[in-house]
Design a protein around this ligand. Sequence first.
Ligand code: GLN
Length: 188
Amino acid sequence: MKKIGVLALQGAVDEHIQMIESAGALAFKVKHSSDLGGLDGLVLPGGESTTMRKIMKRYDLMEPVKAFAKEGKAIFGTCAGLVLLSKEIEGGEESLGLLDATAIRNGFGRQKESFEAELTVEVFDDSPFEAVFIRAPYLIEPSDEVSVLATVENRIVAAKQANILVTAFHPELTNDNRLMKYFLEKMV
Ligand code: GLN
């Protein structure tokens, strides 16, 4: 069985663990760089990207996570995870720089702190994907290397580049595990 880590410093960790298990893989919490050894893939959950970055730096996890991706291992970032994986964050905060696009934090504004949307996701040709957004970011200026998988109001909310998958929404908060299955089957 594939072994998937969930960065467990802050944010929606347990929900991702359940979703990974429901999609047929083994899930492990990652708190230290040594926990990355032996994993086939990694999830960066939602939460607060500023806090997550601060803790990642304190635990010396920024470089090991970059190295994990450079080895070709797959990473799935949701919401704050998308922010941290992007090459740039609007405002100039430090990121992991693994997905060639710029993240706009809290991009849907105050009226839309949280909302749900039925998305057409490029890789699923069947039913729409019910997506939960919570103070969600979106992406701008993707390079040619980036495949856009879904948009809301013309804003990019799901994308993929080689071994990196990102969503601005929280797939772990619904029962639809198609995106996790896609990650496990096509990317890990
Ligand atoms: N607004 C948060 C950030 O910028 C992300 C919110 C979330 O992960 N639900 O980090």
